[in-house]
Design a protein around this ligand. Structure first.
Ligand code: UTP
Length: 482
């Protein structure tokens, strides 16, 4: 077994992976063999060899203009947007409600990331983010799904993407919590693929232990492959969704508890504009804001990452002083199921991006583990938004961060996107709902509303009497029943 593998690895200059073979147990050898067999070494070597080729987006930036866009009803800025056809927010909301009532919408939550910046020792979805309840990110997302399913009278299939880094703990956690009262039959937990990390200076695949390769999730773009991969019965996640009559997929990421899951207005803009892929965006606060910029080039939409957008282009303005390149992606999307299926059949519809990272590894000459204090490795990741240019009639929908976006990215104490900022933003939004519904909320009181209790000013109005006073921390929730 070893000799065959060695021969093969030598062809790619990766034979060092078997350095410690003689020291491994049978079980460890099997695991290493499986890992080696799962890696496309010619792809890895190709990606490494091309690591310095300029990314396409550098050339795109010169041609970029603003994307066609709609505004969510809560957006108050008055900057006008380019539109392919006029659609009012009322029309959009009605069309979206119809899509939901007809049972055509499914949802995908991606939760395979390693969450390295947060520094939490479990999958990010388990992080207790509720400012009063301590509810986990998973609980908040699942309760939103339950609320939507109840409102529209059908069990919305819910795909949860994990990775080897998060899978087992996620499955265990969700099971232990009885899927937060969603039906187990409606939940599809699936694991994304991995890519090996390679040494920056040599392209050699790194070992994380003597018998294990340093593998990491292949990016949120790994979703495309993962949802179209057939199981041993020849059925993929998308096949399952299609069998239930699902034509549209709402997509979001685990780290944003303010996301409005399956919002009718968002769905309706997608449907009425005949878009195959629609993205929520926020208006950038300043030219070099650290968000993916959605732009239009020759009638197609692309994302240019902030790092690849030259400052001179980023600073261009319209005659009213507003930014030309204004739309920052917040990773909330809708896809046509048929579009994802088509894309899955095109080899390399999603190319790999490279990220330079610090990765601990085993020194081949000493067998010792090395913790690098500088970037020593390259990781390869696919991004789901790279499907945008392939989509017909892609559009963006502008939302306001106050109502829609506060991601948990950074360790406690950081200035932005930290547990504290996210908790404050949840409290600020829910306090605002209560006050607009006529309640009196004293300043600086932690407030949290479960999605099962209410999810908007209107729904708060139905539950809370005008004049009700909140003068201490409050969590408004409803015991859920299936
Ligand atoms: P991020 O790029 O913010 O990564 O992912 P992360 O893993 O959460 O955090 P860092 O960068 O290691 O600190 C954005 C979203 O995409 C998901 C994450 O779970 C998160 O919801 N994601 C990311 C995946 O599902 N798979 C991946 O391979 C990468």
């Amino acid at each position: 077994m070893k000799n065959d593998m060695l021969e093969n690895l030598k062809r790619y200059g990766q034979e060092h992976l078997l350095t410690f073979w003689e020291l491994l147990s049978d079980l460890e050898r099997c695991k290493l063999k499986d890992q080696i067999e799962s890696i496309d070494f010619s792809l890895v070597n190709y990606l490494y060899a091309n690591r310095n080729v300029p990314v396409e987006s550098l050339t795109l930036a010169d041609l970029a203009s603003d994307p066609p866009a709609y505004k969510f009803s809560t957006v108050t800025d008055s900057v006008s947007c380019k539109q392919r056809k006029p659609i009012s927010s009322k029309e959009a909301a009605a069309a979206g409600e119809n899509m939901l009532r007809c049972g055509k919408v499914g949802a995908i939550l991606v939760a395979g990331g390693q969450g390295t910046r947060l520094g939490f020792n479990h999958p990010k979805g388990m992080y207790p983010i509720g400012p009063v309840s301590g509810a986990s990110l998973f609980q908040i997302h699942f309760e939103k799904m339950l609320a939507v399913s109840k409102r529209y009278g059908y069990q919305i299939p819910y795909g949860i993407m994990t990775s080897p880094a998060t899978h087992n703990e996620t499955v265990e956690f969700l099971k232990q919590n009885n899927y937060f009262n969603l039906r187990e039959d409606d939940i599809f937990i699936f694991c994304q693929g991995t890519m090996p990390a390679v040494a920056i200076d040599s392209g050699k695949v790194l070992l994380e232990s003597k018998g294990g390769i340093a593998l990491s999730p292949d990016g949120h773009g790994g979703m495309l492959k993962a949802v179209t991969r057939k199981n041993d019965k020849g059925i993929s996640i998308l096949d399952n969704f299609k069998q239930r009559g699902i034509e549209y997929l709402f997509y979001n990421q685990i780290d944003n508890p303010l996301v409005q899951i399956c919002s009718p207005e968002f769905l309706g803009y997608h449907f009425l504009s005949d878009s195959e892929f629609t993205c929520q965006v926020i208006r950038k606060r300043f030219p070099t804001d650290r968000v993916g910029n959605i732009v239009e080039v020759n009638d197609r939409l692309y994302v240019i990452e902030y790092i690849d957008l030259p400052e001179a282009v980023a600073c261009q303005t319209n005659s009213d002083g507003s930014l030309k390149i204004w739309a920052g992606s917040i990773a909330v999307h809708i896809f046509n199921v048929e579009f994802l299926e088509r894309m899955s059949k095109i080899v390399n519809s999603l190319s790999f991006h490279i990220a330079r990272k610090r990765v601990s590894f085993i020194d081949i000459s000493t067998g010792k583990q090395i913790k690098s204090d500088k970037e020593n490795a390259i990781k390869f990741e696919r991004f789901i938004f790279d499907l945008l240019p392939f989509a017909e009639n892609a559009v963006v929908v502008e939302v306001d961060p106050f109502n829609h976006y506060s991601p948990l990215k950074n360790v406690s104490g950081s200035l932005s996107d930290s547990p504290e900022t996210v908790k404050n933003n949840i409290t600020a939004l829910h306090t605002d709902w209560l006050r607009k519904a006529g309640a009196i909320v004293e300043p600086k009181i932690p407030i949290e509303i479960s999605p099962l209790f209410a999810d908007s000013i209107e729904s708060v109005k139905q539950k809370i009497k005008a004049g009700t006073v909140f003068n201490k921390a409050a969590y408004l929730s409803t015991p859920s029943r299936n």
